[in-house]
Design a binder for this molecule. Structure first.
Ligand code: HEC
Length: 143
């Protein structure tokens, strides 16, 4: 198990990379950050997921396997790094999170194999998991 602080830093780094935040910071701003950076919340993580899945659609349409692989690999990393953020751990939530992660992994594999049909199917699986998890989540109060 990773130390929570290490995990927090790693996650913040993934998030900064994915969003492009943290670039062009002044040295003073960097110095001021002695405390671990705040964790991105679920809504912020989802914005990154949205950007990546939009980029995936574009890459699929252009048959750009390198971009498909990059975006899918980023989604796998985000999914793994944010596992502990899931405060609302219902069985259905866990299930959809696993479907999401597995389809992102399949996307990486299909892109590597330059299999456009396979990649498109994995993208559809992933999109279904986005919608299914949201539907489940909305039907339920956060208790
Ligand atoms: C395993 C569950 C799960 C999966 C899979 C999932 N989401 Fe979400 N998503 C959530 C939850 C929970 C919220 C509500 C977060 C909040 O408002 O705190 C959310 C909220 C969002 C939001 C709104 C964020 C905001 O600004 O309020 C967007 C956009 C979003 N998700 C996009 C996606 C996309 C795109 C995918 C698939 C590529 C995806 N999500 C997959 C659980 C999931």
């Amino acid at each position: 198990m990773l130390h929570p602080r290490t995990l927090a830093l790693a996650l913040a780094a993934v998030f900064a990379l994915a969003t492009g935040h943290g670039r062009g910071e002044t040295p003073q701003a960097a110095d001021a950050k002695k405390d671990p950076p705040p964790l991105p919340n679920e809504a912020q993580v989802m914005q990154v997921k949205l950007k990546r899945s939009q980029a995936l659609l574009e890459a699929l349409a252009k048959e750009d396997f390198k971009s498909i692989e990059e975006s899918a690999a980023s989604l796998v990393r985000i999914s793994k790094a944010t596992e502990f953020l899931r405060a609302y751990k219902t069985e259905e939530y866990e299930f959809q999170a696993r479907v999401f992660q597995r389809s992102a992994e399949t996307l990486v594999e299909k892109a590597k194999a330059k299999n456009l049909d396979g990649a498109t199917l994995a993208y559809l699986d992933m999109t279904v998991s986005c919608v299914a998890c949201h539907t489940h989540f909305r039907g339920r109060k956060r208790d």
